[in-house]
Write a protein that binds this ligand. Structure first.
Ligand code: AMP
Length: 559
């Protein structure tokens, strides 16, 4: 299908604010999509990959480079337009329009071509990767009409601006193929991908029943602020070690074994050793298990970091060799089905009891360490032991809860050891959306470099009220009022503020990042305290400190 047809739909979606109308527009479009229905559905959501899967990893800066290359505009011209429009999509549209008058060159862009090019982006890494990414997107922009360029850029930046939510797409698929929204939602919980759900609905093949051999989305964990908070959440908690490995969903029927990843990719051929272990040590005719697979030292059998294991996951050849070099250990922690009976609606208490009866524990296949206790002291000991063993932390689980595929429903809470907190300065933000439009929705955090402050992460203010631990309670209203005093520039929904407010920020990890000028990004930042009373911006942490913590972290991972 030609991309311009989808562009027409985007325009229609943008012309109404009514959800029902949007669903009708999409339903009609989905009905007439043929072979590329799954791609059409994903792009209607403004996504290339399902949520929680890969990220395209393209920031504003790279788009500007792409526009420079394809439209022959200078950096200054582009920035000026960007500042005026507040949207790089519209900027691209205007630049392509100018250029088109000069060249008149045009090749039809298909939806498939767009999808295939964008799909390549997340896997490009290493030397010359920026140039490769620029080439891939430039190829599209240089054949695009002005409007097409606008939407290509918006898709890449995941800012479609026409308000199509998962719910609308779910309803549209239901309407297009004569199903109920409930049926579509259930299937989505199994497959996690609206593209494939639409195909199944069209072919009357919805299978929202547990089926051995077909992957199901994994249950996910929420984050808890600390162990105490997690333990207090449940009447009947269990605490388990959180192993740092690879989520493994195992399906066994008779002598057949299939292994799926968290993303539901089949990885059976990369793990022939796991297949052997399951055949031998799981006593069941048919079973679906949830487990974490870790790499272990071939001699001492001590756990190794995830980075080592990832070599096994990526390997497509010489499997036998790498199986010997990097042996693994399977840590089973849940049971979804046994002997043709689903256990997903049973409590964890029951699932765990049953699981214990079918696993023969050996060095390379075990049950995850699991303790059922309401006693905080005992839980704390367990947590400390797990950290001293070099594990990531623990997961506190609700023993009364059923298995909820694909969702973070708060029945599992992870508690991880955090790196030393940083004092960072608020340097900007974005206004919220919808009901939250009058509040600051996200906050841009800056670290000190000389006399400047450079961005190093974004903090979602949705987390503020819930997660603040300090004595001074932060409300969204209060923070917004404070920030309003400091605004020095406003562009679209973005604000730039005078550096004044100092926040103590906890996080799980520091990553190198081309997105932020500091070169580093904090993973899962969360607000611990406001420190403005104790600290001036000049006392905030520096980029050099972040660099130091990053290096410590890398050393720790290598050990
Ligand atoms: P995260 O990846 O930080 O969201 O943490 C959730 C992941 O922890 C799961 O997807 C599993 O791969 C992993 N994990 C490790 N140990 C356990 C466990 N005992 N129970 C559940 N998940 C675990």
């Amino acid at each position: 299908m030609e991309y311009k047809k989808l562009v027409e739909i985007y325009n229609k979606l943008g012309s109404t604010t009514k959800k029902l109308e949007k669903a009708d527009i999409l339903a009609d479009f989905f009905k007439h999509a043929e072979a590329d229905l799954d791609v059409v559905v994903m792009l209607s959501l403004g996504r290339v990959f399902p949520k929680g899967e890969k990220e395209l990893g393209i920031a504003d800066k790279l788009i500007i480079e792409i526009l420079k290359k394809t439209c022959g505009a200078t950096q200054d011209e582009i920035i000026k337009l960007f500042k005026k429009t507040g949207d790089l999509g519209t900027t691209a549209e205007m630049l392509v329009k100018n250029k088109k008058q000069a060249t008149l060159f045009k090749r039809e862009l298909t939806i498939k071509k767009i999808f295939e090019n964008l799909k390549k982006l997340p896997d490009i890494s290493g030397a010359g990767s920026q140039e490769k990414k620029i080439d891939i997107v430039s190829e599209l922009i240089s054949s695009a009409s002005p409007e097409e360029a606008k939407y290509i850029v918006r898709t890449i930046l995941e800012q479609m601006r026409f308000g199509v939510s998962d719910g609308i797409v779910r309803d549209a698929i239901a309407r297009a193929f004569g199903k109920t929204p409930g049926e579509i939602e259930r299937q989505y919980n199994f497959t996690g991908n609206f593209g494939s759900v639409a195909k199944l609905a069209k072919e009357n093949k919805l299978y929202a029943e547990l089926e051995i051999g077909k992957p199901i989305r994994c249950m996910l964990a929420d984050r808890a602020g600390n162990l105490k908070e997690a333990m207090e959440k449940f009447n009947n908690p269990a605490i388990e070690i959180k192993m740092d490995g690879f989520r493994t969903q195992v399906h066994k029927y008779g002598n057949n074994v299939k292994i799926f990843s968290r993303r539901m990719d089949e990885v059976t051929s990369q793990f022939p050793d796991v297949v052997g272990l399951i055949r031998k040590y799981i006593k069941a005719d048919s079973v679906i298990l949830d487990a974490e697979t870790i790499a272990v030292n071939p001699v001492t059998k001590a756990p190794l970091a995830f980075q080592v294991l990832s070599r096994r996951i990526q390997r497509k050849y010489d499997i036998d060799k790498i199986v010997r070099e990097i042996p693994v250990q399977v840590n089973v922690f849940d049971l979804l089905a046994l002997n043709n009976k689903s256990y997903m609606d049973e409590s964890l208490l029951k699932r765990w009891e049953k699981l214990k009866s079918i696993v023969t524990v050996k060095t390379n296949i075990r049950l995850v360490e699991h303790m059922e206790t309401k006693d905080y002291g005992k839980a704390e000991k367990f947590y400390k032991k797990s950290l001293s063993m070099g594990e990531e932390g623990v997961i506190v689980k609700n023993l009364d809860a059923y298995y909820q595929p694909g969702r973070r429903v708060g029945y599992w809470l992870k508690v991880k050891d955090m790196l030393e907190p940083l004092d960072l300065v608020v340097i900007g933000g974005e206004w919220g959306e919808g009901k939250r439009a009058k509040y600051v929705g996200t906050i841009l955090l800056g670290a000190r470099r000389g006399t400047e402050f450079v961005a190093t992460g974004m903090l979602g203010s949705g987390l503020l009220e819930k997660e603040t631990e300090g004595s001074e309670k932060v409300t969204l209203q209060k923070l917004t009022n404070e920030l309003k005093k400091d605004i020095i520039e406003e562009k679209g929904n973005e604000i730039k503020v005078r550096p004044r407010i100092v926040l103590e920020i906890g996080y799980e990890e520091i990553q190198k990042s081309s997105k932020y000028p500091s070169g580093y990004a904090l993973r899962f930042p969360r607000l611990l305290r406001i420190r403005t009373r104790e600290k001036n911006p000049e006392d905030a942490d520096t980029v050099a400190t972040i660099e130091k913590i990053y290096e410590q972290q890398i050393r720790k991972q290598k050990n």
